[in-house]
Design a protein around this ligand. Structure first.
Ligand code: SF4
Length: 366
């Protein structure tokens, strides 16, 4: 059995660590790119969202590399994610690939369900071995996200644009290669040091922009035109609450104990939307309300045809909390140049708003 799983951001690094430690035969497809998108678009039913198209493209590339068992994350809920695996399996069969699809229903199966699937994939490895491999993968995930949080802070203030991104790319490579906890710790310390030592503009006062929207497009840079790096280049500090390590911590360990990280955000969205609408639509509204006094603006990432985010997009302008929101529709029809122009205009608007605010404060003080 040779397995493979679609990409979502840097998740492939902890997964590799997990599979290596359990001697699972696997393939990692090329990082999501233009060919992945073209394949996905070519074979997807018309009107499906970009997460479907890109994961289908990844699955085709995995099958091309000889995998016979494909793992596709899924879940219950109001949106069509629950149908992805079945539809994609059918498309791959129609294309002539003799593959078996395993749906990873993480949200309903929680930690134990996930471990059982891993046990099956790892040829019935012992539980201590599985838990140890899982812990090491999680550790890598935490290190990646810790370093990325610092990268988000350095990008807008670095003197030589692109330095933080270069360090992050090297850090990802080193984390991928680290084979034990000691090396991993050293990698973390080294790269955090390097980021701290990047030459920064002491005068910079970056605008703070939150990133919210559908889970996959928030976490997969190819699907969102690398919006975080682009905002960083424009001198904006990005804040994002969605990280895979956080999601893993809650959905696998804390949610089964009744602790829900989303309660706060749902409560914030309640005056405008009373119920879950599937995907992350409820959370997108909550993010705007919750961070109204903390962010200068919000970038809302919404896949084209994604019903939950379309609802959120329509509710957001009507909230009392009035930070500016820029909704970016993610789809193969949208060009990066168009997105960059809109980001520049948005940042310009936020800067003017900040200047006007300072000006008014000075007048009140006078
Ligand atoms: S939330 Fe939207 S983009 Fe995500 S799977 Fe559901 S419909 Fe597609």
């Amino acid at each position: 059995m040779r397995i493979g799983i679609p990409h979502m951001g840097n998740l492939y690094i902890p997964l590799k660590a997990l599979f290596n430690r359990l001697n699972v035969d696997y393939v990692i497809p090329p990082l999501t790119n233009q060919r992945t998108l073209s394949l996905g678009v070519k074979y997807s039913p018309e009107g499906l969202c970009v997460p479907f198209k890109l994961t289908l493209g990844n699955l085709i590339e995995i099958a091309e590399l000889g995998a016979d068992t494909l793992i596709m994350p899924g879940g219950y809920g109001t949106c069509r994610l629950g149908y992805y695996a079945k539809t994609q399996e059918q498309i791959l069969h129609d294309l002539g690939y003799n593959i078996k699809m395993i749906q990873l229903g993480v949200s309903e199966q929680k930690f134990l369900g996930l471990l059982k699937i891993i046990k099956r994939l790892a040829n019935n490895a012992s539980w201590p071995k599985i838990i140890s491999a899982f812990r090491f993968g999680l550790r890598k995930l935490n290190v990646i996200d810790r370093i990325e949080r610092v990268v988000q802070k350095v990008r807008p203030v670095e003197l030589v644009k692109g330095t933080a991104n270069q360090i992050f790319t090297k850090a990802l490579d080193a984390i991928d290669k680290a084979d034990d906890y000691r090396t991993l710790k050293k990698v973390e310390t080294d790269y955090l040091d390097q980021l701290n030592q990047v030459a920064k503009d002491p005068e910079a006062r970056p605008l703070i922009v939150g990133i919210t929207g559908e889970f996959y497009v928030v976490l997969e840079p190819f699907s969102n035109f690398d919006v975080e790096s682009e905002l960083g280049k424009l001198g904006v500090e990005v804040r994002r609450t969605t990280f895979i390590s956080e999601w893993t911590k809650f959905s696998m360990f804390l949610n089964p104990l009744g602790i829900n990280e989303k309660d706060r955000i749902h409560k914030a969205a309640l005056p405008y939307l009373k119920r879950d609408i599937g995907g992350d639509g409820w959370e997108s509204i909550g993010e705007k309300v919750l961070h109204n006094n903390e962010y200068d603006g919000l970038v809302h990432l919404a896949p084209f045809t994604c019903m939950p985010e379309i609802i959120a997009q329509n509710i957001m302008p009507k909230t009392r909390e009035n930070i500016p929101v820029l909704t970016i529709i993610c789809d193969e029809q949208i060009t990066k140049t168009g997105v960059l122009t809109r980001l520049e205009a948005f940042v310009d608007l936020l800067e003017r708003k900040r200047r006007a605010g300072n000006h008014n404060r000075q007048r009140v003080a006078v």
